[in-house]
Structures are given as C-alpha cells and as structure tokens.
Write a protein that binds this ligand. Structure first.
Ligand code: EPU
Length: 427
C-alpha cells in the first residue's frame, strides 16, 4: 500500500483476526545515530535497510544543511552520505525542534571539527528530556560550552579521553559520547552507559570505521581514540519496537502472525511478558511466530533501560492489558510523563486509573468502543492503532504525522495481515 504522506487520519474497524507474514524494517533508533556517525569521516558511508520515516528525512535535511552530500534512495531503503565538505556546524532550530535525535550530530562535529552548536532539542513530549549527560561528558573531554536561552555553543581544539560516569544511562547520550570519544586523543571510559541493541549496533559500525572500542552493549565502555576513521557500509538492524507493536497486535486479535527479520535476543523483554500474559511465541532463525490463544491474563510491566521492558512498547502493551482478565499494572520508570495516552484509551472505554504520572492500573477485559482519538506522539499513536483493532465499531485516529515519524506504512502492513484499516485523505 502506498504511504499516504498527506493523510492526517487513520480509520479502523475493529474485530479482524490478524494472520499472515510481515517483514520488519530497519530500526529508527539505530538509523539516526548511524547517519550522524557519517560526520566522523570524509569517506563515503552507505546504510542499507533504512526505514522511510519522517525522522530519517529530518536527519537527511540536517546533514545536508551541515554541508554533507546525502542521497536517500527510498525505494531501495538506502542512504549514501559523504561528509567531506562540512561547511556549517550549527544544527538549525527548525530541524532540532522536530526531533531530539538531531542533537546526535554534536558529538561527531565536536570531535572531528572542534565545533558544534544546537538549540535545546525538541521531539516527543514524554516529560523532561535534558541533554546534561552529553554536555557534562563533552566538558570532561575538554570542550568549552556556552549555554544561553538559544541553546549550546560547543568548541574544543581537540577532545581528550576522559573517565565519564553517566548519572543516567541515556540512550542518545551514550551514542553522542561514544562517537565523540572515537576521535579524541587518549582513552575514554564510559561507566553506566546505556546498553540498548541499537547502541551495540552503533559500536560495531564505529569499529568498522576503524574505531577502537571495547564493551559496547554493556554499562562499561572503553574507547581508545584514533586520528581518523574510514567510511562504512552496513545494513540497519531490525526494529524491535516495530516488531513488538505488530506482535502485540497479533496477540490481542487472537491472531497468528510471522514476523520476518527479527532478532530473538533483542525481543526477550517483550516475548517474556507476552508469554506470561498467555500468548505463544515460537522462533525459527530470524522469524518469530506469535499466536493469540483466546484468553489473556493480567500482568505487570516495568519500563526500564534495556534489558528492561522497552518504554517504547509500554503504551502498546497497555492495550493488551485492557484485553487481559484481572488487574494489570504499568510502571514507567524511564520518562516522567509517558502515560498521557490513557486519556485517549479511556475515550474508547478502557478502565485505566492513573496512580500518578508514572504508574497506572488497568482492569480488564474491556470491550473497547471505536471513538475519535488523536496520536500524541509516535508510540501513543501506535497504541491507539492497536486499540482500534480490537474496538467495536470505527476508530478515527487524528494527528498521525506522529506515527509517520516511527513506523513505515503501519497501515499497509496491518492491511496485509487482514485488518480493516485505511488512511483518510484530506479533502
Ligand atoms: N535523562 C537524564 N539526563 C540526561 C538525558 C536523559 O536524566 O542527560 C533522562 C530523561 O529525562 C529520561 C530518560 O533519561 O527520563 C531517558 O532518556 P534517554 O536520553 O535515554 O532517551 P533518548 O535518548 O532521548 C531514546 C530513544 C527514545 C526511547 C529512549 C529510551 C532515540 C532517537 N530515541 O531517547 O525513542 O524512548 O531512548 O529508550 O534513540 C521513540 O522511538 O519513540 C523514542 C522516544
């Protein structure tokens, strides 16, 4: 199905059982840092299996703004980047405010050119989202940073290796510091680093570029700086969040779906909870079969940094809880305001009580009713799509531009699996 780029609304009629196979795209949260890493070298870099998403297009615009040559072959999911002629060092406000990951160009720019500037990054509104971890790390590596109401100006003749301790294992913070450390003089250690699969992927991409790194994917990283890096050619790893979203869709519709191109070890936090709730999960190489078994039972999830349950699937799993019998509990321990989707689910009849901004009780099973709701951010949009799949009658989801930031043609994929779903074109 053609992605309707202008469509602002998705319409679903609930009740269909999802069946069939679907291929999982490359991970957004690995693509964005991988693109930023191309700024570390003057050689050409080639990324394959790149998802066609709004956030990727923002990163393309940002790299071009900085002076890099970027070719995004959307049909073949390939991005070619050459950052030989970087002419700008300030990420512009109009792009940075759209996406927090824009800040990922800071580490590479600072490390290779000794200069980087950015406004305070925007992105999904999930609570406080500082970049202190990054700034403190850059300072410890010798950067001078001026902060004012317009943002940050960072400079350094050269970065130096340092011992870095992260107060919080920030995902993009770890990537920024890791990239900055690759070209710093001497050894950098990062303690309490984030260890998401996307970070392990970036570590191995940097090693392909010639970086000397140990321990990436664990909380202790060591980087021995080198003088220059070369280009890379890599395929993006599968998107565990897209895979998880569709797996939950299969479980709640009593469906039977095979997800292709998925990494078993990266899915463990979700598959453990799916099994505990009563769904079946089977693996064969990189294919995952998920089967609903008619009855789901109440569970508890705690969204935490990896290998904890992914915060990006917390809202989607809450929909499963509305269909499970008993009282389920959600603890969101990564972001301090990521339960706002509850308001939209309540419009559809869900029994969700917010204990506070990070904890909710969900009683089920509830027969959800179709309603007019709106996506508040990427993952709350996906949660409403799932709710629409099991709701009685028609659900109209507005503001789906958020969904396009993180899911490539979710409507086309669900349609292929038998869902009654379509985009509504603007009149
Ligand atoms: N935090 C700090 N200090 C910092 C940085 C972060 O306290 O200096 C706190 C934040 O306040 C927040 C928590 O750490 O409460 C998590 O923030 P983190 O920096 O780890 O998140 P992020 O790097 O901004 C990435 C993903 C998010 C995903 C989170 C958590 C990208 C581009 N984004 O964000 O993805 O939810 O990690 O895994 O990688 C999404 O895809 O929808 C999305 C929001």
């Amino acid at each position: 199905m053609q992605v309707a780029l202008e469509a602002k609304t998705i319409v679903l009629s609930g009740g269909a059982r999802l069946t069939g196979r679907v291929g999982i795209d490359g991970a957004k949260n690995a693509t964005l840092p991988a693109m930023a890493a191309a700024l570390l070298t003057e050689e050409e870099c080639l990324l394959e299996n790149v998802p066609v998403l709004e956030d990727v297009l923002v990163m393309v615009d940002l790299l071009r703004w900085l002076g890099a040559d970027v070719d995004f072959d959307q049909e073949n999911h390939r991005v070619r980047i050459c950052a030989r002629n970087v002419t700008q060092f300030d990420a512009p406000a109009h792009l940075v405010e759209k996406m927090r990951a824009s800040f990922l160009v800071s580490g590479p720019l600072l490390s290779r050119f000794g200069r980087a500037g950015s406004t305070a990054p925007g992105g999904c509104k999930l609570g406080s989202r500082p970049v202190d971890v990054d700034l403190r790390g850059f300072r410890r590596m010798g950067a001078h940073i001026d902060v004012d109401e317009t943002g940050y100006q960072m400079s350094a003749h050269r970065l130096y290796g340092a011992e870095l301790y992260m107060d919080y294992p920030s995902h993009t913070g770890t990537e920024n510091l890791l990239m900055a450390a690759t070209l710093a003089r001497g050894t950098t250690t990062i303690v309490n680093a984030a260890s998401e699969p996307e970070i392990a992927f970036i570590g191995s991409l940097l090693e392909d570029m010639g970086a000397r790194i140990k321990g990436v994917g664990t909380p202790h990283i060591r980087v021995d700086g080198v003088d220059r890096l070369r280009g890379y050619r890599v395929a993006i790893l599968p998107d565990r969040i897209e895979a998880g979203t569709i797996a939950i869709a299969a479980a709640i519709t009593d469906g039977e779906v095979i997800l292709e191109h998925v990494s078993e070890k990266d899915m463990v936090p979700l598959t453990s909870k799916l099994r505990e709730a009563g769904a079946e999960v089977w693996w064969s190489a990189d294919s995952m079969l998920i089967r609903g078994r008619g009855k789901l039972t109440a569970t508890e999830i705690q969204a935490l940094p990896f290998p904890g349950f992914p915060t990006d699937l917390q809202a989607a799993f809450a929909v499963l809880m509305t269909q499970a019998s008993g009282s389920s509990r959600v603890y969101e321990r990564v972001f301090n305001d990521r339960l706002r989707y509850g308001e939209e689910l309540r419009r559809m009849g869900a029994d969700i009580q917010d204990v506070d901004k990070q904890q909710a009780i969900i009683n089920g099973p509830t027969r959800l009713r179709g309603a007019d709701v709106r996506a508040l951010d990427i993952r709350s949009g996906a949660c409403l799509v799932l709710a629409g799949l099991v709701a009685e009658g028609e659900t109209r989801i507005g503001e789906i531009q958020h969904l396009r930031r993180g899911y490539e043609d979710i409507v086309g994929k669900l349609d292929k699996l038998g869902a009654q779903v379509s985009y509504v074109e603007p009149v």
